[in-house]
Design a protein. Structure first.
Length: 333
């Protein structure tokens, strides 16, 4: 099959991601073989390609927002039929037995494995997924619309829950890409007032179209103090900026898997009055189920830009350069 491979991590413009031919994968005994129809492009794929994340599987095929159909399964799989549509997301496997898994925090499992990092993902014609980690997708969403929900959407949802936004609260979103624009729709559907702080003109326009109360530059002071903020931009220098924008008792959640260094914080203006900073690590399957149900109910829609699978490296380069708003989705013909 045709697939993309991170042979030597490096800048995507310089060939960090290469087209290769490799055998169709053989599913493990508890896994599904999935014929990929669409795969969303996530910033984490860029971090894997460029070596911002350590190599966990040499030559890995990125992609963890996969919509496809079941094309085969291992001997131990029950409950899936060939041709059924499934989603494959970032969290691929946990041990199910550690203290974190036992208390419902499987996203913190030290033995967790990830699609498109530890195992080959969806920038290919076929991929595999443990059946217990495959997601059923709402019928009303087509493949392209569903793909970005599988990481951008789920992570945005978890980041929103981690931000502890009170009902009807004031939320600031720093950065407004694939994840943030889905998170904004969830927050708005729940009655929040959303302020978007980002530099891109297209992203600001999209924010206003979706119903944001205000837009501004990432370093601007929002028009009212925030109950909660979410940092989507991978820019540590915005942590103190967002903390200063919080009201007393406010919470900042950091959505990214990778963040540049955070400068020293000033206690009085940035942390005192019980402000909190929280990180967001992956997601649980429960987050995914909650978000996918909510997305179907409130018609949460990604703004998508479709690329043929053969142009995956271009899509990643365009993401890096900020050449589109919303989310890119690769499709196999
Ligand atoms: Zn565990
Ligand atoms: Zn992702």
């Amino acid at each position: 099959m045709r697939a993309w491979s991170v042979v030597v991590p490096g800048p995507v413009e310089a060939g960090g991601l290469r087209p290769v031919v490799k055998p169709v994968p053989v599913p493990g005994e508890d896994e599904l073989l999935v014929r990929v129809r669409a795969c969303g492009v996530c910033r984490t794929d860029l971090h894997v390609t460029e070596g911002d994340l350590p190599v966990r599987r040499p030559g890995v095929t990125p992609g963890h927002e996969v919509v496809g159909v079941v094309a085969g399964s291992g001997a131990a799989v029950r409950g899936f039929v060939t041709g059924e549509r499934v989603g494959v997301a970032w969290l691929r496997r946990t041990d199910g037995s550690c203290a974190h898994c036992a208390r419902g925090a499987e996203n913190l499992c030290p033995a967790s494995r990830y699609t498109g990092w530890d195992a080959d993902g969806g920038y290919a014609e076929y991929t595999t997924v443990p059946a217990a980690f495959a997601h059923r997708l709402p019928a009303g969403l087509d493949d392209v619309a569903a793909a970005p929900l599988l990481c951008a959407g789920i992570i945005g949802y978890r980041a929103l829950r981690r931000a502890s936004l009170p009902p009807g609260g004031r939320l600031g979103l720093y950065g407004f890409g694939g994840s943030a624009h889905l998170c904004a729709q969830v927050a708005l559907s729940e009655g929040a007032r959303v302020h978007v702080l980002t530099r891109g003109a297209a992203a600001r326009r999209l924010a206003l179209e979706l119903g944001a109360a205000s837009v501004g530059d990432a370093h601007d002071v929002p028009p009212e103090p925030l109950d909660s903020a979410i940092l989507f931009a991978p820019a540590g220098e915005l942590v103190p900026v967002a903390l200063r924008a919080l009201d007393r008792g406010g919470v900042l959640s950091i959505a990214g898997i990778h963040l540049s260094d955070i400068p020293p914080l000033r206690y009085e203006s940035e942390l005192f009055y019980e402000k909190e900073v929280r990180s967001v690590t992956s997601n649980t399957r429960q987050d995914a189920r909650e978000f996918l149900a909510l997305a179907a109910r409130h018609d949460v829609r990604a703004t998508t830009h479709v690329y043929p699978m053969a142009r995956a490296a271009q899509a990643l380069a365009d993401l890096k350069a900020g050449r589109f708003d919303g989310a890119a989705v690769l499709v196999n013909d």
